[in-house]
Design a protein around this ligand. Structure first.
Ligand code: NAD
Length: 331
């Protein structure tokens, strides 16, 4: 399947594994790259810019295919030296960056001077259009179904993606709620050039997280996520567990008086890190999308990508072509 995204990034399949805090490490990114997709190392998962450089080098030992680095700029409990992380990316020679969370404008001169292709992840049409005017090479348009930060507009992919398609000239990938071939075909039909998957890649053999987390995702259905942090206008979709219930209870109690300090102990990414490392799935919040309702197994990245592409081709050639009376057999 060739699309503007496969051409732009020099990859085999229009399937992207976007940044995921604590998950986007060399093992996963290398496996996605070797399977013909595009994986992103998550910069802030590494404690320092120097560690990010080492992680990039480690990924290069695992694959000679293209991969990128995600740089997410959102409120954090501790200050992050974003400029130093950005410089580490440039110095490492990586040529693809996924920005997210806030406008990539301050980093564009640095990235563009280094010949880096920038794909900006956004949750609204207006931010997608802005990214195009800033010189981004592509955007990742992230619907309300997504894991992590869906923004505050609550527009699902079925509306957001065709609205974005109507306004954008640059290629874009559909993000939020994608996990199988049906999603890929739907995304292409809605005008996208490929899909981004996060949660689906967490439940793969190579994802460097505890099996308990993968198993929890397999057992979950589409009702198993919750939105935290709404009142602070930094909404986050997470897997429903004891801590997300606790956060929502505090949010209800405090109402309009809610402050980050009321939630910090429970929200902290350090707790999420322990979830992934030790498999204590109720120890902290961890991002997961509504797509957990479509995750029923833990394949390798190669199995997953090949299954999605093969089944997508079947859906197009058989079911869809059949509906128009032009089945592949007739053709
Ligand atoms: P952290 O421990 O600093 O913060 C935990 C959560 O609280 C994050 O969602 C953060 O955005 C939020 N937060 C922190 N300070 C806030 C404030 N003043 N007001 C409102 N919300 C606040 O972060 P972390 O878990 O170590 O993650 C590091 C970075 O990765 C952050 O930018 C975080 O938002 C991002 N992240 C993204 C995703 C995703 O799915 N897109 C998932 C997890 C983390």
């Amino acid at each position: 399947m060739k699309t503007r995204i496969t051409e732009l990034f020099g990859i085999e399949h229009p399937i992207v594994q976007g940044g995921m805090q604590w998950v986007g490490r060399a093992e996963l990114v290398g496996a996605v790259a070797n399977a013909g997709g595009l994986g992103f190392i998550t910069a802030l998962t590494q404690p320092t810019p120097g560690d990010l450089s080492k992680e990039i080098a480690r990924t290069r030992e695992m694959t000679d295919k293209p991969f990128g680095v995600n740089l997410t700029i959102l409120p954090t409990l501790r200050p992050v030296p974003y400029q130093e992380y950005a410089q580490a990316i440039v110095d490492s020679g990586v040529k693809i960056v996924e920005t997210a969370g806030r406008s990539p404008e301050p980093f564009m001169p640095l990235f563009k001077a280094a010949g880096i292709k920038v794909i900006h992840k956004c949750t609204s049409v207006r931010h997608s259009v802005k990214a195009e005017t800033l010189g981004c090479d592509a955007v990742s348009v992230d619907g309300f179904e997504c894991a992590g930060h869906p923004g505050e507009d609550d527009i699902p992919g079925l509306i957001l993606l065709p609205c974005a398609a109507d306004k954008l000239s640059i290629p874009f990938i559909a993000s939020g709620g994608f996990g199988d071939a049906r999603g890929l075909v739907a995304a292409l039909a809605l005008g996208a050039d490929g899909i981004n998957m996060g949660s689906r890649f967490m439940a793969t053999k190579e994802a460097p997280i505890h099996d308990n987390v993968k198993q929890a995702m397999v057992e979950a259905d589409e009702m198993n996520t919750q939105l935290t942090n709404r009142a602070l206008r930094n909404t986050s979709r997470v897997f429903k567990n004891e801590i997300s219930d606790k956060i929502l209870e505090i949010e209800r109690e405090k109402g309009a008086d809610l402050k980050i300090e009321d939630l910090a102990e429970y929200l902290s990414g350090q707790r999420g890190k322990i979830v992934f490392e030790e498999g204590r799935v109720d120890h902290g919040i961890w991002s997961a999308g509504m797509v957990v309702g479509l995750i029923n197994d833990v394949p390798s990245c190669a199995e997953l990508i090949s299954r999605i592409v093969t089944e997508a081709e079947e859906i197009i050639a058989q079911r869809l072509a059949g509906l128009t009376g032009r089945s592949s057999a007739a053709a």
